[in-house]
Design a protein around this ligand. Structure first.
Ligand SMILES: *Cc1c(COP(=O)(O)O)cnc(C)c1O
Length: 354
């Protein structure tokens, strides 16, 4: 087992930070001075190192490119008003990463590399964590198969990386959503609950077609009947009905168990709402809308936290939501943001200090 002391550190000679303005950076294009890299070979993780961010050298036959054993995570770190840096619920992402790894028949990554390595990396690039409101450091752990051969089989070797990218406010205007009836994101027995790269590749056509028709994203439905609601784009979805919040249940294995989803469930309950994780169909949703009970619809995810939905279209039926009048989504976002920026007490132990 690799201990913290076994992580080799090679520091960058100069920092790119000196020539950068951390405000208004485009999402995911600028990376910090360092990255973590570990290789899995002969049944164990070896050569764990933190080194200057740099390109990788790879074989054109690299297994991940051909057969798709590739998984990732998305996490954020924040700087509070005292200047302290904390990561939001990294243990939850660590556990989910290994659930994805098991489903994709890849090795799990030990906590000493994922969590301790992440803390060491952020500590080294601490100055990159923005201090402005709504800014954060986006963390991207990723693992992929590296066997240099094109025979179909689980790879014997893998690479694990952690990249850090400072990000500004990720504002998402209220979205128009197309309820998808043709393409499918996930089916029971499939890989929908894992954060694997292919789930994203498989969703791009449907999203592009929806965009062509003037929609921002699709609301995925189940693979058999296209009735049961799953997720909105790459976010979990919540429906506010009276004093109740309904979100699709994780029971079918077709939904990614979002850390923001889980946090939203806790905070919505603290706000006095009843939260129901259940199966819900598009017909049930339309009935709730027709009877005036459906007040708000929103998506949750690490990148944007909460994204309000102003329109949902299913066949010829269009539901409009006056997001100016929304109360639940803005309050939920306000509470989550205050917590992560250290402006309200961390009662659940969600913030992990670096
Ligand atoms: C990552 C992801 C989410 C959101 O998960 P968070 O942990 O809240 O960021 C939701 N759905 C899909 C498909 C995802 O890949």
């Amino acid at each position: 087992m690799v201990g913290v002391l076994d992580i080799n550190v090679t520091k960058a000679a100069t920092s790119k930070l000196d020539s950068l303005d951390l405000t208004n950076l485009p999402f995911g294009r600028v990376f910090t001075d360092h990255m973590l890299e570990a290789d899995y070979e002969d049944g164990e993780w070896k050569s764990v190192e933190i080194k200057p961010y740099q390109p990788l050298l790879m074989e054109p036959s690299m297994a991940a490119l051909h057969y798709g054993q590739a998984i990732f995570e998305g996490i954020k770190a924040y700087r509070d008003q005292q200047g302290q840096v904390s990561i939001f619920r990294p243990m939850d992402n660590f556990r989910r990463f290994n659930i994805s790894a098991e489903r994709m028949f890849m090795p799990t990554v030990p906590e000493e590399i994922f969590i301790d390595g992440l803390k060491m990396l952020i500590d080294l690039d601490r100055d990159w964590v923005p201090s402005q409101a709504d800014h954060s450091l986006y963390i991207r752990p990723v693992m992929f198969a590296t066997d240099p051969m094109i025979g179909v089989k689980p790879s014997d070797s893998y690479k694990f990386l952690i990249l850090l990218s400072p990000t500004g406010p990720y504002y998402v205007a209220p979205m128009k959503i197309y309820v998808e009836e043709k393409y499918t994101r996930a089916a029971p027995g499939g890989v929908g609950f894992s954060k694997n790269a292919g789930n994203y590749g498989g969703s791009m056509l449907a999203t592009a077609l929806a965009k062509k028709q003037g929609y921002d994203q699709v609301l995925w439905t189940d693979a058999f009947e296209h009735k049961y609601l799953q997720e909105v784009g790459t976010m979990n979805v919540f429906f506010i009905v009276g004093n109740k919040a309904i979100t699709p249940s994780l029971a079918d294995g077709t939904i990614l168990a979002g850390v923001t989803r889980d946090s939203a469930i806790t905070v919505l309950q603290e706000m006095g709402l009843k939260v129901e994780e259940s199966r819900i169909t598009i017909d049930e949703l339309i009935d709730l809308h027709k009877t005036g009970q459906l007040r708000e619809v929103f998506g949750t995810g690490t990148a944007a936290t909460i994204s309000m939905i102003k329109e949902l279209k299913y066949k010829d039926y269009v539901m409009h939501f006056d997001t100016e009048q929304a109360v639940t989504a803005p309050e939920l976002k306000r509470r989550l943001t205050a917590l992560r920026e250290g402006k309200s007490p961390d009662r659940h132990g969600w913030m992990v200090r670096v």
